[in-house]
Design a protein around this ligand. Sequence first.
Ligand code: ZN
Length: 252
Amino acid sequence: MKITRYKKVQKYLKFYYNNFGFHQPYQVLIDGTFCFSAFKEHIAIREQLTKYLNGSVKLLTTRCIIKETEKIAKKTHGALTILKQFGIHDCNHKQPVSGSQCILSMVGKKNDKHYILATQDRDLQEKMRLKPGVPLLYLHNKSPTLEKPSPASYSKAGHTLEANPFMFISQTQNESLKNMKKTLGVEEKEEVSKVVIKKKKLKNPNPLSCKKKKKRPGKKQDEKKDKVIEGRVKKRKKSKHKNVLSQSSIQQ
Ligand SMILES: [Zn+2]
């Protein structure tokens, strides 16, 4: 899979995760048209979708969809075989309705069960785009493709299509981070700790680095300075403990 394709689908899934509570295993509601295309193009649905969505998937259909596909069984025998492998979600239609009608009622107004709809039916896709939070999946040139979230989904989520979604997220995240820091008092603590470190440096020049100076009296001043700085960085950890000891011994 191309990287851009992979990034796109992950971006869309994240959008549905953040704004509509989609999670793994993804419930993919599959109709006869999708199966028919998959059969025609020789596509292993489960394998391809797992790979494409990069997560576990639950492949589902309904009795109405199976009934509808059975009616035109001569043309769609392969599709029917594929359909029957999937889990059957109860749609509560005692009298079977058409596949698209059944799907519309399964998704309902809010798509509470977080179905990802896999269909090649353009009319059904058009109807689903009007409902926020219904991801659409279809086969395009043998490749499963998750459609970009519809304007209805974006507006429900408080996004606008024109605005860069990343900007929006980072701004809100920044604000919430600031608020969190304020309520936790994290900012103040950070400042205090910085001051303490500075004071320590001023009070305790490293005694080990001073010794080094004496060992090399013949060198130029600039070089000496460099060596001193290096010595400080290297020996800081060890010297801390010794400093404390020497301090306490001086005080005594
Ligand atoms: Zn039904």
